[in-house]
Design a protein around this ligand. Sequence first.
Ligand code: BG6
Length: 369
Amino acid sequence: EAGEHESFMHKEMLEQPAAAARVLSGRLDERFGTAHLGGLNMDARETRAIRRVKILGCGSAYYVGQMGAALVEELARIPADAEAASEFRYRDPVIEPDTLYVAVSQSGETIDTLLAVQEIRRKGGRVIGLVNVVGSAIARECEGGIYLHAGPEVAVASTKALTNMFLGFSLLALQLGRVRDLSIADGRRLINGLSRVPEQIQEILDREAEIAEVASQLAAAESLFFVGRVRGFPVAREGAQKFKEISYRHAEAYQTSELKHGPLALVSEQVPTVAIVPDDELTDRNVGALHEIAARRGPLVVITHEGVDLGEVEASPNFLARIDVPRNERELDPVLLVVPLQLLAFHAAMQLGHDIDKPRNLAKSVTVE
Ligand code: BG6
C-alpha cells in the first residue's frame, strides 16, 4: 500500500534515509577505517589479486554501476568499468580470471543481467552480486555479494534501491582500497562521510516543495539535456532516465565537455539543461560550459553545492534555479546529487498527470528476453 503517499515512488523516495542507514548498518569499521562485507566470500589474498572490476546491470542499475566503477578506481585504484548487461553477452566477452565481475540488480530477476552472470560463470569468471531481493535468481547465481536492504521497491522508477546500490559500491570500493593502498586516514574520512549520508538525503527531501517549483518550470519542455562531467556524468544519465521514464519528455544525457562537440546546436530557449556542477576539481570548467548555454538563452537548472560561484550565469535571463545539495566527501557526491533529480522527475510527471508508478510500456523487472 502506498498509504498516505500518492504513489509508491513518492513513498520510496522518502524512505531513502532509513534505507541508506540499513545498508551501512554493521558494515562500517571506524577503528580500521574499512568496511565489513561478510557475504563477499573472498579472503584477503583473493581480494588483493583482483586486477580489474567489471560491473553489469540494466537501466538505473547500469548507471549506478558507472558511479560504482568510478568509486572503485578512485578508492582502490583498480581499473573498473560498467557495461549494459543487455549487451555484454552478445559480443562473446573475454572473461579474465583476475577480474571481479559485479552484477547489480534491484529485483535480482532481470533476465539480461542473469544471463550475463551465467555467461561469466560458464567461462570460469568470479561474479558477486549487489542485489536487493534476498534469494532472487541473480543472488543465487553469484558466488557472493552485498545485499542492499532497501526493502521492497514497487515503483518502476528506482529510487531507494539505487541509493543503496551506490552505498554498496562505496563499501566495496572502500574494502578493496584498504587491502591495497588506501590509507587508514582516508578510510576513516570516507566512513565518516558515509555515516552522514542518511541525514543529508533527508535534508534534500525536506526541500521537496522548492524542488517541485523548479520541476513545474521544466515540465512544459518537449526536450531537455542533462549534463555532468566525470563523477557527475552517470548522475546526469540517471537523471535523464528518470525524467524520460515518467514524464515522457525527451531527456538526453551528455558529458558537459561534449556539448561543444554537437549538442550545443540544439540549445535554445525551448531546450532546458539540467547541469550537475559539484564543488570539485572540475567546477570552473563546468561553469564555463554553463556560460555557453546561457549565451544561447538555454534555460538552466544547476544542481550544485553551497558557495559554488556560478558568476554571471545566475543573472542570465533564462536561468531557472540552483539547487544546492549538502557537502560530503567528493567521492560520495553522486548519491546526494541524484536526489533532486528524482524529485524533479517525480514532480514534472505529477504535474503532467502521469501514472507515476507504472509508466507506459515499462515493467518493474524484465524477466523475458
Ligand atoms: C528496467 C526497469 O526494466 O530494469 C528499470 O524499468 C530498472 O527501472 C532495470 O533499473 C533494472 O532492474 P533491476 O531489478 O535489475 O535492478
